[in-house]
Design a protein around this ligand. Sequence first.
Ligand code: BJ8
Length: 421
Amino acid sequence: MDIREIWKELGIDLERHDELLEALPEVYEEIFLSQENRPERMSYFDEVVADIHGARVRELYEMRQEGKPILGTFCVYVPEEIVLAAGGVCVGLCGGAEFPIPDAEKYLPRDLCPLIKSSFGFLVSRLCPYCQVATVIVGENTCDGKKKMYEIMSEHKDVYVMEMPQVKDEEGLEYWHEQLIKFKEFVEELSGNEITYESLLDAIERVNAKREAFRKLYELRKHDPAPISGRDANLIAQIAFYDDVDRFTEKVNELNEELEKRVEEGEGVAEEAPRILVAGTPMPIPHWKLLYVVESCGAVVVCEESCTGTRYFEREVSTEGDDVEDLIKNIAEAYMETKCAIFTPNDERVKDIIKKYKEWNCDGVILYNLKFCQPYAVEHSKIESRLREEGIPALKLESDYSEEDVEQLKTRIETFLESIA
Ligand code: BJ8
């Protein structure tokens, strides 16, 4: 079946969808393909983006035809392992484009985080085949904006909401564990498949392998000169949310082999460039602005403490245990380690940022916040003073998906880089 036929069947607004995709090649050329000395094995990820609503959408469409559930998600707390164990698949639906925001603003307030508006806008404007192909949306009670958005989203699509604890203590963990048991039952009912010890163990091992590939990639970025740019590494993290888990792992491992050689030969993407850690809110595809601007100013981003970065892969789920209950408990424990600002207190995140600054041999930290994201904005004020106490140079930046502030960002980043030179 022709991909346009599939889009049509999924209810995509074809005319506007063409308009949406039209701008992509030029932007991608400027941000990614024009980089010098790029690793050759980025070619797989380039192909994925070049066919962003093509091959993978077709795979998901065919899976759905076979009766496999496709779960659309918006947060790294949604356990992919449980979905895979039931024969389903998770697809990240966080929007990173400005294009559908005016559609969202017909329903949602303007002064809301762009990630929420973009995600919602893609759904209501029927511009995203991933939203359309999803059998159900899995939301989570994280920040206020998202949890209220899911109420309105449920008027357009089936939505299942996971309840999150707010505090990471014994009770919080117990509560979270109960939520995962409920979620497992929900996924079993949706798929018609019982999750067995074997299927869950297999899913845990597959997702752990993906995390391991990521860990290796980020380890390689500790070398000086960095063997890969920050924007390329971040692109890989963005693609992780919707690509096939095993293929993706294989491709990251292949890239890692090339990067290992580069490291051995002392080859990198930016000689003597200031090394920057970016910490903060996620940067979903195609929100490439910040890293592009930072690297265009002559720095290299060597690590992202973000859900499109280290928060995505750091937790490893233990495979110890004798039955499904034990494995679910392992998932609950591992996922609770994610240091999201929606938890309070969240002091471990400050320590983590300081640790990363040192481990990645950084020269400065950019605390990045998507406009109107309160949990991270509030937390960043506290983190900024802690970093100052430690003598770590930090710059707090807030932005959205528009192009309007690029020059302003450039000026602030250049001044920051001069101050740490
Ligand atoms: S685990 S960071 S993916 S909630 S949507 S909190 S930017 S106002 S995405 Fe998140 Fe899960 Fe936490 Fe990660 Fe702020 Fe916007 Fe809310 Fe956001």
